[in-house]
Design a protein around this ligand. Sequence first.
Ligand code: GDP
Ligand code: MG
Length: 522
Amino acid sequence: FPVERIRNFSIVAHIDHGKSTLADRLLEITGDFLQRVTSRCWINCRWRENEESLLNYEVSRSISACQGVLLIVDANQGIQAQTVANFYLAFEAQLTIIPVINKIDLKNADPERVEKQIEKVFDIPKEECIRISAKLGTNVDQVLQEVVKRIPPVDDLFKALVFDSTFDHYRGVVANIALFGGRVSRGDKIVSAHLGKSYEVNELGLLRPDEHPTETLYAGQVGYVIAGMKEVKEAQIGDTLYLHKQPVEALPGFKPAKSMVFAGMYPMDQSEYTALRSAVEKLMLNDSSVTVQKDSSLALGAGWRLGFLGLLHMEVFNQRLEQEYNASVIVTAPTVPYKAVLASAKLIKSRRAVQKNMFYIDEHRVMIKYIFPLNEIVVDFYDQLKSMSSGYASFDYEDAGYEAADLIKMDFLLNGRPVEELATIVHKDKAYSAGKAICERLKESIPRQMFEIAVQAAIGSKIIARETIKAYRKNVLAKCYGGDVTRKMKLLKKQAEGKKKLRRIGNIDVPKDAFINVLKRK
Ligand code: GDP
Ligand code: MG
């Protein structure tokens, strides 16, 4: 395929505005001429029998592998938080943006209103919007014609963006790449812009979605290369590959993955430490955005401190550990990074949420930007916002850097013994209410035991809150009369299962969820 016939574009939208549906429609029309990527795979398809343009599009993250985007907006819901976020990603990458108003078949569709929003918020003339129904296929052809007309073709010096990389036990690192220009063949010498290291291409091929080895990959195609890289780090997501002796300017790539949420992770039982370590290591080979540091705690023993991109990322990682590796772990409540400066903190003026600006999208919707301390939004802010607004509000965030704040460390003690994993950093003004609330939640999450348990919150040596969990003699057999052996066995088994989920701290059994539950607001 001649390079000037190739278009790379992405479909981006707020959730449920119709990316997948439009993608399916485009595939139906284009057949083998369209190459598709979801987060992990591309499929080659054709765009009509006699059209000769090859189109690539991707549904998810690698906006930067494209020259243009289709920005889908629901004709009923209008612009939402991720619509704005996606627009800015594309805008900053200087891509051609084609606004597409989807679901015009809906009874409540109001494409005119949405066009006005697009004009007002993104400064794109409403004449540039394409009204479609992805569901019924209305105007989907026109979308393809506009892609060819408005989005520029790819370049002709070989440069490729690494948008994913995985580790294969036998073949080493497999880098998934999108070719922005030129071509690359088996035996070529390539260089990674990030580390400046050279490699020889041993194997390469198309992804559709499984690997199809070829001799050469061309501009606009998406495929994989294996080139003797030993670690995922050598094919970092967002890196640029080019041919030895034909250096190119590195592609803007992605923002480097930055850990925003940290949590401690410990085996349920120290005897499982080695197995868990190997599971964590394996998972990390496939996810270079997780950071890890060894850690240990008096109460929970040896473990790690892991850094994640966000709470969802953390949950997915834990789920994979439990499902794929059958690992049983304790995850401590997530924290966000702070930089501690030892200084006379009262001198520093602190602020919590600060409104930055407010913008009326139209008479019904307003977009407000705040700067929030990350710890205020990381656990359950989104759930609360959704429920308070009956699902209407949408939310997106980006890192705004560190800011000075009046923070103190609060410890929690079980029968006088501090539990490091529960220690938290709070704003000074919230210390009393947070301490009290967390003690109450701990009281709810920790089952009564054979002895009384004092739950205390402390700042330094000063106790600021206390709850008491009364002693309770737990005897599951008490309810059993006489000889029903099966029932007795069942109850004993149930009790044993219940125990498995408990973690012994000192002589106190703490359910593993307690660590994460304490930070959730009611
Ligand atoms: P995504 O989250 O952006 O990938 O959105 P989907 O493509 O999964 O669509 C979300 C929902 O909207 C699905 O139930 C679709 O059937 C529906 N949908 C998508 N396009 C249209 C359309 O043009 N008209 C109508 N009525 N529904 C649509
Ligand atoms: Mg979808």
